[in-house]
Design a protein around this ligand. Structure first.
Ligand SMILES: *[C@@H]1O[C@H](CO)[C@@H](O)[C@H](O)[C@H]1NC(C)=O
Ligand SMILES: *[C@@H]1O[C@H](CO)[C@@H](O)[C@H](O)[C@H]1NC(C)=O
Length: 400
């Protein structure tokens, strides 16, 4: 079971959201040349940034195709249709979705972050910018939401991967489900705050001796990432919020061209109740309850083809049946034109994954118990391989 039906006891887990037509959709990346200009006054305030930041990056998609055009499609023609269909579905999904609260603030934060970590700014610290998505999405059943369908995911893979991307020199936009695992806090117990600190005889708060090192490392690494403008965290809860944030981040990151990367580890629900079909008030408890769920439109292809066409795309495929896993992952690699699909099985996802790359490479990564570093995360190995693949990918552009 990946998805569970929950009932929130407080009855206030969802905001009342008003449907507004979203016509901002697909403003970017429609023409052959996408030109994106970001200008930010906010940055003036922060001393370690330049006084202001002006990025001007234009991409001509026809001129800057990767040399190794290895996207061997089984049916090239059907892709065009698939893409058109996906775009229509996606457009109507966004038009009908409740509008994102704080859209302007989020947009500004993302643009500033991308600008700060773009090549045209003076900061050349990061070798690339990766958007890591993490945790499951909820599907509300009522507009004034009391109940929702949730999708299981602890967010551990996303949080761990974020740490390794930062270590590898990337800037990370961490798009996470509220309450899911966070980078640098993965090892802390649930009551970490209460367990990690103590009160001294003088009445001062102290970190307990035995946790001293773990806490110090976590705090140091976290602050160093944030202070250098290398980590931006954006929370979501519902499927509506998740997809709107992803679109916003992707269109902003398209200005980075091939330096951008998407690592889509979130467990996104495949089914949802469209806002206009949703009961306004709490559904009454006299049953049985019949509900029809619609399919969430496939955003991956639209992300790859429209939102951020030059970015390196990595998606995840989870199955419980090992017999169909590789086949499914391979199909999704081709269908959505991903650069890499990470295939994992529910029973073994912590110890074994298979990477399928667009150029036909198939790599099995195992966390070996006999390893000296039995405690090392499997994410460490995954990220190392992905960083290498992304470097190769960026080189194919540089040569031209
Ligand atoms: C939950 O996420 C998994 C993995 O991403 C997906 O296969 C599954 O269909 C999702 N559940 C729902 C309700 O869509
Ligand atoms: C993936 O599909 C392609 C085309 O159908 C096939 O040639 C290739 O061998 C498959 N790869 C794997 C790992 O199954």
């Amino acid at each position: 079971m990946h998805h569970m039906l929950y009932s929130s006891s407080s009855g206030s887990s969802c905001r009342i959201l008003v449907t507004l037509p979203l016509l901002l959709l697909r403003l970017l990346s429609r023409s052959q040349t996408s030109r994106i200009t970001l200008y930010s006054k906010e940055l003036v305030k922060t001393s370690h940034y330049r006084a202001n930041c002006f990025c001007d990056f234009s991409i001509d998609r026809n001129l800057r195709k990767p040399k190794s055009t290895n996207f061997v499609m089984d049916t090239v023609n059907s892709l065009g249709t698939l893409q058109d269909e996906a775009c229509t579905d996606v457009r109507s999904f966004f038009e009908l979705a409740p509008s994102l609260k704080n859209r302007d603030t989020i947009t500004q934060k993302v643009n500033e972050f991308v600008c700060h970590n773009s090549h045209s700014s003076e900061n050349l610290k990061s070798i690339g910018v990766v958007c890591v998505t993490s945790g499951g999405t909820t599907v509300p059943l009522e507009q004034r939401c009391v109940r929702y369908i949730d999708n299981f995911s602890s967010g551990n893979r996303g949080a761990a991967s974020t740490e390794y991307f930062l270590k590898a020199g990337y800037a990370v936009i961490f798009v996470y489900r509220r309450g899911s695992c966070q980078p640098y806090c993965r090892y802390l117990p649930e009551d970490s705050f209460l367990d990690f600190f103590g009160v001294s005889e003088k009445g001062e708060i102290q970190v307990c001796q035995m946790n001293d090192r773990v806490v110090k490392t976590a705090i140091t690494e976290y602050h160093s990432a944030v202070d250098n403008g290398l980590l931006l965290k954006l929370p979501f809860t519902t499927i509506f919020e998740y997809l709107q944030i992803l679109q916003l981040v992707a269109t902003s990151m398209s200005s980075l061209g091939p330096r951008g990367m998407f690592y889509l580890a979130a467990a996104v629900s495949d089914f949802y109740v469209p806002w206009e079909n949703m009961a306004t008030h709490k559904i009454q408890s006299t049953g049985p309850l019949n509900m029809r769920l619609s399919q969430v439109p496939k955003m991956l292809l639209v992300l790859r083809k429209e939102w951020a066409p030059l970015a390196f795309g990595i998606s995840f495929k989870l199955e419980t049946d090992p017999k169909i896993l590789i086949e499914k992952a391979n199909a999704s690699l081709r269908k959505y034109q991903m650069h890499v699909v990470v295939a994992n099985e529910l029973a073994t996802y912590k110890t074994e994954v298979v990477l399928l790359a667009f150029d036909g490479r198939v790599l099995t990564i195992r966390k070996q118990d006999e390893d000296e570093n039995a405690n090392a995360d499997i994410e460490k190995k995954i990220i190392k391989i992905l960083v290498d693949m992304h470097s190769e990918y960026m080189e194919t552009f540089a040569k031209e």
